[in-house]
Design a protein around this ligand. Sequence first.
Ligand code: BES
Ligand code: ZN
Ligand code: ZN
Length: 499
Amino acid sequence: MELIARKGDILDAETDLLVVGMYKEEDWENPFISRLQAALGTKMKKLAKAQDFEGKPGQTLLFPAPDAMSTDYIMIVGLGKMDELPLSSIREAAGNAIQTAKKLGLERVAIEMFGEDDKDFDAAKTGRAMAEALLLADYSFSTYKKKKGANIKQIDLVAENGNDARRAQKAVESVQDVMSGVTLARDLVNTPAQDMTPTKLAEAAREIAASSSSIRVKVLDREQCAKKKMGAYLAVDQGSDEPLQFIHLTYKPKGRAKKVLALVGKGITFDSGGLSIKPSKSMETMKCDMAGAASVLGAFKALARLQPKVEVHGIIAATENLPSGKAIKPGDIVRASNGKTIEILNTDAEGRLALADSIHYASKLSPDAIIDLATLTGACVVSLGEEVAGVMSNNAEFANAVLVAAAGAGEKMWQLPLEQNYRKLIESDVADLRNTATSRYGGSITAGLFLKEFVPEDVAWTHIDIAGPAFAERPIGSYLAKGGTGFGVRTLVSLIENL
Ligand code: BES
Ligand code: ZN
Ligand code: ZN
């Protein structure tokens, strides 16, 4: 699919679906709409009335174009009130345009740059939001389907003003780089666990490294991880027949790096719960338990294209969590690579075990900061819902940088406290730590506190629990389909670019 921003008169666009926006209070006074009305006669208002179209955000009005125009269909999308056109309404409207084009099986879409006549209009910001929504909405996962989804070939984002068009085109180009990473992450998450094994994840990492001279990859096997005494990670792995893959990607910029950052992703390619087995309903979507790893890989794909001046490490301890005659048992005690012993009370709290050794490994790379992304706790979905990630950190300044990056990237995150009084809940009678807290309350926080035990005190660290937003069980708005969302990639890239 080709997406470009260009200057032009939207009504002259040669396309299949022509999309213009309308504000709620505009009442058909908009110059585009007036010209459209002139071309169509006055029936349009009647049509709108019949379909309750008032220009509210999310509303759309679709009709066939008159023969004199070089488009097949025209769609008016509601933008809400003019003086409060938020990026969320812009994204929603752009997503609606793509949904309609897909439904009609159209190949070309020309869409008006929304809000260009607003006094606060920022072509880069709007261009970015529109490009993101258009590309997110265009995504479909049809690897396993005979009937593939409709394929949009060309999207033109049309601005009236040449300067706006140029600025928007710049934004479009950088969005495309980031979205290549988001799309990769979505594909990796959507691919079923039978095909997205630890070995396949390592292959994906090798492919990324092969495509760029600034990225290298190293993959450790079980024996090498045993040498590094990664007893917690190995404990999760021991029930699986698939060979584990401990993946370490390194991106080095040309010239001096301003900072060193380590990205750690949870890479459980399937989480059955192990012997503390999950009920079947909860297991249905557990191919998504490598979404943190997918976001790290997605970020690396984008880094290769964006070439930031930061050294970045990507760490993924990939394995499956399965029950078997060899699986770890509740009551077993393991020793992590930092020397701490862990009593395993619930084998379904496996993410923190694999992350413990991953975080310790990352801390040995002399990073300025570590950030981990993990589908870690159902408790986080209970507290923040399906669209918001939980953020926990040992460093207020770094946490803030992550939250600012997330807000700018349009990814929803909310900070939770690493309450020290809850630390006693993960103390064990027989080991240094227990892998589940003695209270079922505050489960995301106790999981965060557990991870903190593996971070050196002088290293800034932020943990992002993406159990909710990594995988959409229902579509989100008009532009995010069910399944893997690629959540985290945009925040990581934006954070790295701002460092
Ligand atoms: N992978 C799950 C968490 C999860 C839940 C991710 C829902 C995505 C959606 C994790 O390994 C897990 O099972 N956590 C347990 C921890 C508990 C045993 C302390 C949970 O949340 O129930
Ligand atoms: Zn689990
Ligand atoms: Zn898990």
